[in-house]
Design a protein around this ligand. Sequence first.
Ligand code: DHB
Ligand code: MG
Length: 217
Amino acid sequence: MRSKNISEATRYIRTLFAPEDAVLTQINERIASEDQPIHIGAEEGKILHVLMRMARVRTAVEIGTLGGYSTVWMARAMPENGMLYTIEKDPVRAKKAQENIDQSDVKGRIQILQGDALDVLSTLSDKAPFDMVFIDADKGNYVRYLDWAEEHVASGGLIVGDNTFLFGSVYRDGPLENVSKTSHNVMQEFNRRLAAPEKYDSIILPTEEGMTVALKR
Ligand code: DHB
Ligand code: MG
C-alpha cells in the first residue's frame, strides 16, 4: 500500500524533478477530498514521462484511469498529435476523470473509454500497434492485459505495470494476507514473463509499489 508519509528522498525527488502544476494539484486535491483510491505519486508520473520521451511514444493505452492523474502525466509526455486511450470500468470514476482531464492542457490527446478493460481492449486492437501499454488496474487480470499488450505493442515499444511488488507479496512463496492467491500467482507470472531477456530489455524499478518496465525487442 502507498503510505501518506513519503520518505525524505521521495520528497526531494518530487520537489526538484516532479513539481505539480495547478492542474495536477487540483486533481490530487479532488481525489483526496472524495476519498478516491490513491493513484501514482508525482515521481512515478515523471518516471513515466521520461520513459515515454526516451521511447518516443506517440500512441498509448492506459488500463485503469482512476482520477486521470497518471493520464495527464502521460499525455504531457506525448506529441501534440499523439493519442492516449485510457480505460476505466467504473462509470462514476470515468465521469470524474473526464471532468479533471477537461481542465487540463492535454485533453485533446486523451480519450477515456468506459467499460471492462478486456472488452475495450478488443475494440482497440485494430488501432495497433501501440507504442506503450501502461497497466494499473485490477491486479488479478494483469496477465490477461499482458497477453493483449504483448501482441499489440510495437517492437521498441513499452509495457509498464504499476504495483508489481503487489503490496509486498510478490517476492514471497505464498500470498501475504492482504492479497488473494490468484493475484499473487498472477503478479509472479506477470513479472516472470516480462523478465525474459530474449523478448525484453526490462527491470522492476524499485519505487514504493514496484514498477515493471519492459522495452519490447
Ligand atoms: C493501491 C495503489 C495502487 O497504485 C493501485 O493501483 C491499487 C491499490 C493501494 O495503495 O492500495
Ligand atoms: Mg497502481
